[in-house]
Write a protein that binds this ligand. Structure first.
Ligand code: NDP
Length: 335
């Protein structure tokens, strides 16, 4: 079983030598266990936080242990009556070819139906990123038809779903993304009303000016994935009683300071700003996954994937994700 372990903790940016590829033999299965051959690994920004040895909402990843992460694959051996050979499953198998898991723990492995939804989507639009989008939009922003909703990292796994869900609720939807190609995709393929290329508007005046043009009635709901300048620029355009779902601050994950100049605007605009961690809201997952799965199966929720090939490609793909090299959900294909 080839595995990638955390070899050292990054100082600032992640580098390839923070990871090590090792090979360990597979042990025979014990009663209740299931062996899964991973087809796909999910790479997600939160993994950067786990590589640090600092206080956070989740404990740090231990040195020498397999990198954590969501996985999708097929059952290749089973000593558990609930799982048969060939079952397609998703779990938290980490960066390795095989996962051996005690499936009596009901949360450990989930069977998925790939008749109408591709396996990979269960790591994206019909998985954790999709539920994240759903929770922040539906439960925190709770947009009404006619309101304007902005989302940053708009072409990504979470952002692309946020915008389409908001569009379906009758909102004016404006994305913020890096580069002309991503912005074109967001408007032309995903159907957002506008998309601001933050790389073309490098300072606060320019970015808030571009947001003003794209949001003539101001901003009622904002879904924040990036932090820093984007959030500042949005605050300058926010309406009274607007809501901000603080989902991620990827621009600061390597330890860069995240400046925020305008917290007083939260007060003067009587805004509701709420952070959330999707894994703490397991009660909404069934409803959200059903909603998202129905939309993907019907072709009403589109998504894009960037797929790296082979386990050894995972570190570089992850480093790319933290630099915006991915276009849509970042996956690693193993077979
Ligand atoms: P994406 O698929 O959106 O990929 C990350 C994107 O972030 C990149 O493509 C890039 O887009 C942008 N980005 C990367 N680095 C920077 C930077 N330095 N400055 C600005 N933008 C950058 O990832 P996800 O959809 O998986 O995650 C989006 C956000 O949601 C992350 O912040 C993540 O941590 C958060 N999240 C939070 C959860 C929660 O429970 N709170 C759960 C899941 C995700 P571009 O090229 O357009 O800049």
């Amino acid at each position: 079983n080839r595995q990638i372990v955390l070899a050292s903790r990054p100082q600032g940016e992640v580098t390839p030598d923070n990871f090590r590829l090792i090979e360990t033999p597979l042990a025979p299965l014990a009663e209740g266990q299931v062996r899964v051959r991973h087809h796909l690994l999910s790479l997600d920004p939160y993994m950067r936080g786990r590589m640090n040895d600092t206080k956070s909402y989740a404990p740090p990843q231990q040195l020498g242990e397999v990198m954590i992460g969501g996985t999708a694959g097929e059952v290749v051996e089973s000593r558990n009556d609930h799982f048969q050979l060939g079952d397609r499953v998703v779990g938290m198998g980490g960066w390795q070819e095989y996962q051996t898991v005690d499936a009596r723990d009901r949360g450990a492995l989930r069977k998925v139906d790939t008749t109408h939804i591709p396996l990979s989507a269960y790591l994206g639009a019909v998985g954790m990123p999709g539920v994240t989008a759903w929770y922040g939009l539906v439960r925190i922003i709770a947009p009404k038809a006619g309101e304007t909703v902005v989302v940053s990292a708009a072409s990504g796994a979470v952002g692309s779903a946020v915008g389409q869900l908001a569009k379906a609720r009758g909102c004016r939807v404006v994305g913020v993304a890096g580069g002309a190609e991503k912005c074109r995709y967001v408007t032309d393929e995903l159907g957002f009303d506008a998309c601001v290329d933050y790389k073309q508007h490098a300072d606060l005046k320019a970015l808030s000016g571009a947001l003003k043009a794209a949001c003539p009635d101001g901003i009622d709901g904002h879904f924040e994935n990036v932090g820093g300048l984007v959030l500042d620029a949005v605050l300058l355009r926010a309406n009274a009683f607007s809501r901000v779902a603080l989902c991620g601050m990827i621009s600061g994950y390597n330890g860069e300071p995240i400046p925020l100049q305008f917290p007083q605007l939260m007060l003067t605009n009587r805004m509701k700003v709420q952070g959330f961690i999707v894994s703490e809201h397991m009660d909404v997952w069934p409803e959200a996954l059903q909603d998202l799965g129905g939309l993907v199966a019907a072709g009403q929720l589109k998504y894009r994937e960037t797929i790296a090939q082979g386990l050894a490609a995972a570190p570089d793909a992850f480093i790319g994700l933290l630099k915006g090299r991915n276009f849509g959900k970042q996956l690693v294909q193993l077979i």
